[in-house]
Design a protein around this ligand. Structure first.
Ligand code: ADP
Ligand code: MG
Length: 215
């Protein structure tokens, strides 16, 4: 399978679907320890990407990620808007090889996650989306170094993302709105970690389908 932006339309559609399907649950999570707007913020961004999905599929990764970053930066509100904007702008800056292989994607993604950490002044363990993205970036580096087969990489990335999402339940929030609640943030999964996990798993399902029946 070659990883080119031609994969973007089915990926964006799958993300729109999974976020729509889980919208109520995500809202409940953000209401518990945030202000409840996370899913609406994200859906505004996804709708904007849906409108651009065919144009995006014609670009190379540098241009596609830049367009995604700019789109999310303007369409998504809240803390998550600037963080997702930052992530994709950094992917664009880091993207070198076209098309991507596992090692080049791992490197690019790691730099994207680093940019989000800097932008949010956050590290692992602070009950944010980074508790999904950091372990996924680390796993991708390990998988690339050990030449793990792509079907196994996809399955493992989904598992790591789910574990990361679950791990936020017992974390004390020290960044974002949830940090205002201090100990009362304990016992709740972070909404941004949940949407990060759902999107990663949806992407992996699309890629798995491509592996078994390439278009
Ligand atoms: P807001 O908090 O401004 O209402 P959203 O509801 O859209 O924005 O997004 C909240 C999510 O953003 C949180 O659940 C968390 O995962 C993530 N988040 C908030 N602050 C940070 C930060 N400093 N670093 C990383 N992620 C963050
Ligand atoms: Mg919110």
């Amino acid at each position: 399978m070659t990883l080119t932006p031609a994969l973007l339309p089915p990926i964006i559609e799958a993300i729109a679907e999974v976020i729509e399907k889980n919208a109520e649950e995500i809202t409940a999570l953000d209401q518990a320890i945030g202000d409840g707007d996370h899913v609406i913020n994200l859906q505004r961004g996804i709708q904007a990407l849906m409108a651009h999905r065919d144009d995006l599929s014609q670009l190379d990764w540098v241009a596609a990620w830049q367009k995604i970053g700019m789109t999310l930066m303007t369409a998504v509100g809240g803390a998550s808007g600037s963080l997702y904007g930052t992530l994709f702008m950094a992917l664009s800056k880091a993207a070198r090889e076209q098309p991507l292989d596992l090692q080049s994607f791992a490197n690019t993604f790691t730099q994207g996650v680093e940019a989000v950490k800097q932008r949010g002044k956050a590290v692992a363990g602070e009950k944010t989306m980074l508790d999904v993205y950091i372990p996924v970036a680390e796993y991708l580096q390990t998988a690339a170094a050990n030449s793990v087969a792509l079907p196994d990489v996809l399955a493992n990335v989904s598992r790591v993302a789910i574990e990361g999402m679950e791990s936020t339940r017992d974390m004390l929030a020290t960044k974002g709105r949830a940090s205002f609640l201090q100990e009362r943030s304990l016992g709740h999964i972070d909404a941004g970690a949940k949407t990060g996990q759902l999107m990663i798993c949806a992407i992996n399902e699309v890629l798995s389908r491509q592996l078994t029946s390439p278009a």
